[in-house]
Design a binder for this molecule. Structure first.
Ligand code: HEM
Length: 148
């Protein structure tokens, strides 16, 4: 079946990067732990079928994402060092991501962020900026329209 690729009309998002103080405060280990827990949420969500089905597979996938988030939050560019150019929209193209899938993905992240200051030492004052980044950037991962 031919798939119509949806391009968000605003183009690439103009979102502010999260504050680099986040990495300075959390460190690499806590960011990896946060992403592991996020992937556990994804594995139990409405979009679970897009992700690896085994716990080990989910854990391995979470580590690729965590490498990206370490750099994004102000740490070393682990993702680029391990996997090359992030080209995030292109890397998401194999998956049909519509607005409903994006909302579900954000809901999973939100569940993890609620306790993030206590569980992963996420600096609470930087949560609003991080949420705004996730909201804006995830819009650019949408590649499938509502009626595809
Ligand atoms: C702020 C927005 C997002 C960021 C920064 C992000 C980041 C990433 C990263 C770094 C990877 C790993 C790529 C690799 O394997 O090298 C990934 C994989 C993936 N992402 Fe996203 N993502 C975002 C939004 C979304 C959304 C909205 C969905 C929709 C459900 C999604 C679904 C996936 C899937 C299915 C994979 C592949 C998982 C696997 O390894 O099997 N992502 N994402």
């Amino acid at each position: 079946m031919r798939r119509e690729i949806y391009v968000p009309p605003g183009g690439p998002p103009r979102v502010e990067r999260p504050d680099p103080a986040i990495y300075a405060i959390m460190g690499e280990e806590a960011i990896f732990a946060m992403l592991e827990d996020f992937y556990v949420e994804l594995g139990q969500s409405e979009v679970a079928d897009m992700f690896p089905q085994s716990p080990e597979g989910l854990r391995a996938a979470s580590h690729r994402s965590a490498a990206f988030f370490v750099g994004l939050l102000g740490g070393p560019p682990l993702y680029q060092m391990r996997f090359g150019n992030p080209a995030m929209r292109a890397r998401h193209m194999p998956f049909a991501i519509d607005e409903a899938a994006r909302q579900e993905w954000l809901a999973c992240f939100n569940r993890v962020l609620i306790d993030a200051p206590v569980r992963y030492n996420f600096p609470a004052e930087h949560l609003p900026g991080f949420r705004a980044f996730l909201d804006g950037f995830s819009g650019w991962m949408v590649n499938t329209g509502p009626e595809s």
